[in-house]
Design a protein around this ligand. Structure first.
Ligand SMILES: Cc1cc2nc3c(=O)[nH]c(=O)nc-3n(C[C@H](O)[C@H](O)[C@H](O)COP(=O)(O)OP(=O)(O)OC[C@H]3O[C@@H](n4cnc5c(N)ncnc54)[C@H](O)[C@@H]3O)c2cc1C
Length: 479
């Protein structure tokens, strides 16, 4: 193993000699990967192709002890440190130049206890891994809408999807977690054990330690759910989106209808004449009895004259992967998002105009319908504070070539600015790009002070800083 350079916490260059690296490699069951290793380029790749980072050392952690060993090595050498789950975060913070990566992505086991209705989930499990195991028993917990997302990052930032209106956020279903804190101490946190830290990791992201195992509660779901898509030409957007908005006000908690504005993909149920044209896609999932779902969702077909629709009983786990082809890894992605209390007329105007001007076929605007069980939890019960977001707007700028970066970013930013007066001002750290660190305090709102105090107690040196960072309270005073 060759000597290599790395970046210290305060941004200086430093060197690691071969014997130190060999000792580290011997202590990590999955071994380490450096720039000289085969597989380095594959190991440093994350979902967002724009995050092209060159870590110094990737520690392939296969258990909690590996994570502790890697963490203590990083602390001893004052190395920049990142933690990787599914590698999906838009900011790409699970890898960083010159850093040591605690890479838990190989740990994908999910164990279901169907009698207790709980799941024990390893920190590299993807949503698809979780759904596949839980659905074998007709069970599920609220997760996101893209099956290749990591459970770890999704949960630590909050987590919402098709089951959220009925069963709450992912964090609302977290029973306990095993965590290694910056001092190397390993503990189990729950509502009764270290409740402060348990509160902080439910929305506080990766700021407080390395989570090495998650325990969730489960609910009966599917295995078939009434679900599908109804597609309208963008020319009808005015009427369709107003009808959708009115419909969401009285929709039962089981029913979720999210609006997606984009160019029509070549879906088999759409006429070829509409492929590539601007459309509004209403994505429907009923998290309950499928016959009741069919009745409840029927009005969605009458918001205008659909260009096509595909609604029916689908396996829940399959619908969880329905958007995967549009969100495949490797493309260049830049997002901008807002929390919305309501969808105002003004917001609809700016969103429809921006969708019509989208710079490429992969760019889209998502309007997710939330509320329900998510809103029923008081904002101070978990670190995640945006319980007033009955809707979330996410502008997905997405393209393939670096030459399109400026155009794509400008489009997303300009829609974000135009939509700002219609938002709550809050946000969701799981959707923030790397240049949105200044939004973190606002996202946590009244919970920010408590988060900083807990950070001061468990990570006073801010070892876990390559993330949507909550600096320790003392750092704030010093500044
Ligand atoms: C295509 C796509 C669709 C999405 N859809 C949804 C959605 O429907 N709903 C939703 O809520 N979110 C959604 N998200 C956002 C998603 O929740 C975040 O990207 C999340 O961070 C992904 O988790 P990960 O483990 O894959 O990410 P990673 O990039 O591996 O991790 C993100 C950050 O989490 C922290 N982290 C990860 N693992 C650990 C750990 N074990 N211990 C401590 N810290 C850790 C680190 O700080 C890391 O930088 C989506 C993202 C994408 C790209």
């Amino acid at each position: 193993m060759k000597e290599l350079s790395y970046t210290t916490l305060d941004g200086r260059d430093a060197r690691l000699n071969a014997s130190k690296l060999e000792a580290l490699a011997a202590g990590i069951r999955g071994g380490i990967v450096t720039a000289d290793s085969d597989g380095y380029d594959a190991a440093r790749k994350v979902w967002n192709g724009m995050a092209d980072r060159r870590p110094a050392v990737i520690a392939r952690c296969l258990n909690a002890q590996d994570a502790r060993t890697a963490l203590s090595f990083a602390r001893e050498h004052q190395m920049r440190l990142t933690v990787r789950g599914g590698g999906h975060h838009i900011a790409g913070n699970s890898v960083a130049d010159g850093a040591l990566v605690i890479d838990q992505s190989a740990q994908r086991s999910v164990r279901i206890d169907p009698l207790q209705r709980t799941a024990r989930v390893a920190p590299g499990a993807l949503l698809g891994d979780f759904d596949r195991e839980a659905q074998a028993f007709g069970l599920a917990t609220p997760l996101g809408i893209n099956s290749t997302t990591g459970v770890a990052g999704l949960c630590l930032g909050g987590g919402f999807g098709w089951l959220t209106r009925k069963y709450g956020m992912t964090i609302d279903n977290l029973i306990s977690a095993d965590i290694v804190t910056a001092d190397g101490r390993q503990s189990v946190v729950s509502a009764t054990q270290e409740p402060d830290l348990f509160w902080a990791i439910r929305g506080g992201g990766g700021n407080f330690g390395v989570v090495t195992s998650f325990e969730f509660k489960l609910h009966p779901v599917g295995p078939e759910v009434y679900s599908g898509l109804v597609v309208y030409p963008l020319e009808q957007a005015d009427g369709v989106l107003r009808a959708w908005r009115a419909f969401t006000r009285t929709a039962p908690l089981e029913l979720n209808v999210w609006a997606v504005l984009r160019k029509a993909p070549p879906l088999p149920f759409l006429p070829a004449s509409i492929h590539g044209r601007n459309v509004v896609i209403l994505a429907v999932v009923y998290a309950g009895d499928a016959d009741a779902g069919e009745r409840a969702a029927a009005p969605v077909l009458g918001f205008g004259t659909p260009a096509g629709s595909h609604l029916g009983r689908n396996p829940y786990a399959a619908f969880q992967a329905a958007f995967d082809p549009l969100l495949a890894p490797g493309a260049r992605n830049y997002w901008k998002s807002h929390n919305l209390a309501q969808v105002s007329d003004g917001l609809l105007e700016v969103v429809v105009a921006a969708a019509a001007a989208a710079p490429g076929p992969e760019c889209e605007v998502f309007l997710a319908q939330l509320g329900g069980a998510m809103a029923a939890v008081p904002a101070t019960d978990t670190a995640y504070a945006g319980r007033d977001a009955n809707f979330v707007m996410n502008v997905h700028g997405r393209w393939q070539s670096a030459a399109d970066d400026a155009q794509g970013r400008d489009w997303a930013r300009s829609l974000y600015r135009a939509a700002a007066p219609h938002s709550t001002g809050g946000g969701y750290v799981n959707f923030f790009t790397e240049d949105e660190g200044e939004r973190v305090a606002q996202a946590y709102g009244g919970n920010y002070g408590r988060l900083q105090a807990i950070k001061q107690r468990v990570d006073p040196d801010n070892l876990f800083r390559i993330n949507l960072n909550v600096p320790p309270a003392a750092a704030k005073r010093a500044a």
